[in-house]
Design a protein around this ligand. Sequence first.
Ligand SMILES: Cc1cc2nc3c(=O)[nH]c(=O)nc-3n(C[C@H](O)[C@H](O)[C@H](O)COP(=O)(O)OP(=O)(O)OC[C@H]3O[C@@H](n4cnc5c(N)ncnc54)[C@H](O)[C@@H]3O)c2cc1C
Length: 403
Amino acid sequence: MSDNSGVYDLILVGGGMVGATLACALQQSGLNIALLEAYPFASTQQPSYDDRSTALSFGSRRIYEKLGLWAELREGATAIDQIHISDRGHFGAARLDCAEEGVDALGYVIENRILGQVLAERLESQGGVELIMPAQVERVENGAEWVSVTLQQAGESRCLQAKLVVVADGSESALRQQLGVPTEQKRYGQTAIICNISTDRQHNNVAYERFTDSGPLALLPLSAGRCALVLSCLDEQVEALLALSDAEFIAHVQRRFGHRLGRFTRVGRRSSYPLQLLETESQQQGRVLLLGNAARTLHPVAGQGLNLALRDMDALLESLLAAAGSGADLGAPTLLAEFVEARRADQRQVVRITDGLVTLFSNGFAPVVALRGAGLLALDLLPALRHRLAKQMMGLGGRLPRW
Ligand SMILES: Cc1cc2nc3c(=O)[nH]c(=O)nc-3n(C[C@H](O)[C@H](O)[C@H](O)COP(=O)(O)OP(=O)(O)OC[C@H]3O[C@@H](n4cnc5c(N)ncnc54)[C@H](O)[C@@H]3O)c2cc1C
């Protein structure tokens, strides 16, 4: 696909979950595209396809169906039939159920590594996108007609050009900083510890979200009877929790979660992720568009980060394919500005819900505790309220993919 002169229609920086999904979506577009990624897909250092698992919403399933990737992803995914929400030490719990929503699953849990394998296999086997990796992108410079991208590959510096550059290089995006894109950041004082954990009772495809005084704890159903644990804790507790023996860590999680899943029997390798809300003031700068975590990083409390980014990706895909079909300039700033505007409402809503949940459930003030207990009870008793929350969790609360 490359014309070998280093000139492209589109350059994607970052082959993590967002960049690689967009690359797969554009494989058959006939556009001249390069994907630049710092680590080979199979590298153990690849930061996107690490030990985490991701809850994909029902809406994300539909996006992957549209891209022809769902059959492969489904093989490695575990369905979420129910979501159980509770507040540790307080009254009130609520349940969402796929049968009540008329769908065969509320969402699916997939190990990031499996997601990475499926995306890599598709990109490597079907071509259509030039994979330049490992390559470290150092600079992106906006011009009136073109964007220049400077990268380091095998100790050599190269310069490429494209009409449009999509930067999906993650939360710590060095390119966002190099471009001088202003951001707003809110540290929650919480860190997520993730690992896989086995229980002596079947999870029966139930996902648990339990709010605790040190942050939310999620247990997501995985294959082979395992669960993916996302344990939020206060920043100052992380080191001690990572230093615990497996047996001590299991005892800690058991105390915080209780015995709904029986006894925890085995625990896998633990990793930690500091949690924050990070938003760019604008995800567009000239002919450069920031996508995924580089544009917006969320607390994982409701499992919305990738799901929201996939909806962004899907909307961008539509506008790129329409522009390509009519021979329009892919990186025209007016086209990108339209995309940014069209996505704003869904993004704001997800940020509001995610940030609101963390704030509400981190508050120990008695009236607030009573209010959220009442909220959970109302959720359990009122089908209409439950239905609205389920729609949001399923990724169907904002823009519906058009097909
Ligand atoms: C604990 C935890 C649990 C989560 N659970 C969920 C969930 O259940 N559901 C959900 O929807 N979301 C979840 N998320 C959010 C989700 O992980 C992110 O939305 C997702 O990782 C964003 O992907 P990305 O491709 O934008 O960034 P990343 O995954 O960070 O990928 C960035 C890529 O860019 C590459 N890169 C970086 N710099 C350069 C450079 N200079 N040159 C070339 N390449 C570069 C990196 O190597 C990497 O491959 C969770 C997040 C956390 C922390």
